[in-house]
Design a protein around this ligand. Structure first.
Ligand code: HEM
Length: 345
């Protein structure tokens, strides 16, 4: 009887194996799961204890156990990381390309439509007035040079692997990317210092007031006739100043959080910092492109202010009439009449 049962069960097994080829995967064949969901090794592969979804309901990440002091290394899976990766790899390059190319296209269209804003000559043409002293110019150019290198090295984080590496090859790209990273990390310091200096130097002349509102209503001179009044900085320049102060601070704070990982925030916080840093960085670059345009190609006579520091008095009177009056009152003994030539400084 016992022999017959053994024979029959062997026959049944053989039929099953031939009739359903491949029904059992090799892994299952080696590690068959028993009716209670447990395999012979004692693991429960179908149980909730290894179900990711179930684990995420309990906690926001999956952790193991480590005996080294760095407890962070026990994190095995952190789903927010995938959202961050999706932003970093898919959305960010598009946001960057559209914002920066959009600004370049807008500036190109503006140049075609308006052309260069030329100097208007008057009897004051040829006389010079000091607009920015040596320390102000040094601060400006230190900040500007750092900003340009920070921008290029920052854009390399977003676009380098996609655009530059296929062109120059992985070896050269690796070397450039390494230098870009060093310069990004080290030039952040003089940049932050420069923004802090600018803030202290120019805040007094950048407090918004009623004159700015009139300047905005006149579209900076594009709407209506003549130039709207402006003191040392017009409303557009005050916008640049506050953008530099606000975005500069935001870039500095978020950058420092990433430069000193885990000092003030955890991995999620650092990912949020990176998102803020990259999005503000892109808008900052687009804004400064407009500033560079107006300071060079866009307006004749503007560059001298940051080049030699002195501008043509006729230019200054046209664009910053209230400032010229203040300067003339300040540098001469007693207030001077409007239209009076500036004292030689
Ligand atoms: C090649 C790059 C740059 C050029 C050619 C340039 C040019 C100029 C010029 C000509 C002025 C004086 C305008 C006036 O007479 O009032 C100026 C002012 C200023 N620049 Fe720049 N600049 C450059 C980059 C930067 C950068 C990167 C920053 C900051 C991140 C910056 C921040 C400022 C600020 C805050 C002012 C004072 C407010 C204003 O006039 O808009 N500049 N710049």
């Amino acid at each position: 009887m016992r022999r017959a049962t053994t024979f029959l069960s062997t026959l049944l097994l053989a039929v099953m194996l031939f009739a359903v080829p491949g029904a059992l995967s090799p892994a299952q064949a080696q590690n068959p799961i028993q009716a209670d969901g447990q395999n012979p090794m004692g693991a429960r592969p179908t149980a909730d204890s290894v179900n990711e979804e179930f684990l995420f309901k309990q906690e926001s990440k999956i952790r193991g156990r480590v005996s080294i002091p760095d407890g962070k290394s026990a994190n095995l899976i952190q789903p927010q990381g995938r959202e961050y990766q999706n932003f970093r790899e898919r959305w960010l390059p598009w946001i960057g390309a559209l914002t920066i190319l959009g600004m370049l296209a807008a500036l190109g269209a503006f140049f075609l439509f308006r052309g260069r804003i030329m100097m208007e000559h008057s009897q004051e043409s040829g006389k010079k007035i000091l607009r920015f002293n040596a320390f102000e110019r040094f601060t400006h150019w230190m900040t500007a040079v750092c900003f340009i290198i920070l921008s290029l090295s920052g854009l390399n984080y977003i676009f380098g692997k996609r655009l530059l590496m296929p062109l120059i090859g992985p070896e050269a790209f690796g070397a450039i990317a390494q230098w870009a990273k060093y310069s990004h990390v080290y030039l952040a310091w003089p940049f932050m210092l420069g923004v802090a200096f600018m803030f202290v130097l120019w805040i007094r002349d950048n407090i918004p007031n009623k004159v700015d509102w009139a300047w905005i209503k006149a579209g900076g001179g594009f709407i209506g006739k003549g130039h709207p009044h402006a003191a040392r900085f017009n409303a557009g320049q005050k916008g640049v100043f506050w953008m530099v102060a606000g975005f500069g601070a935001a870039m500095g704070i978020t950058g420092l959080m990433m430069l000193f990982p885990f000092a003030l925030t955890d991995i999620n916080g650092m990912q949020v910092m990176q998102v803020i840093h990259s999005v503000i960085g892109i808008i900052f670059i687009a804004g400064i492109l407009a500033h560079i345009y107006i300071g060079t190609l866009g307006m004749e006579g503007a560059y001298d202010a940051m080049g030699s520091g002195k501008v043509d008095l006729a230019w200054a009177r046209a664009h910053h009439d209230l400032w010229v009056e203040q300067e003339q009152a300040r540098t001469a003994s007693g207030p001077q009449l409007k239209g009076h030539p500036a004292p030689a400084e």
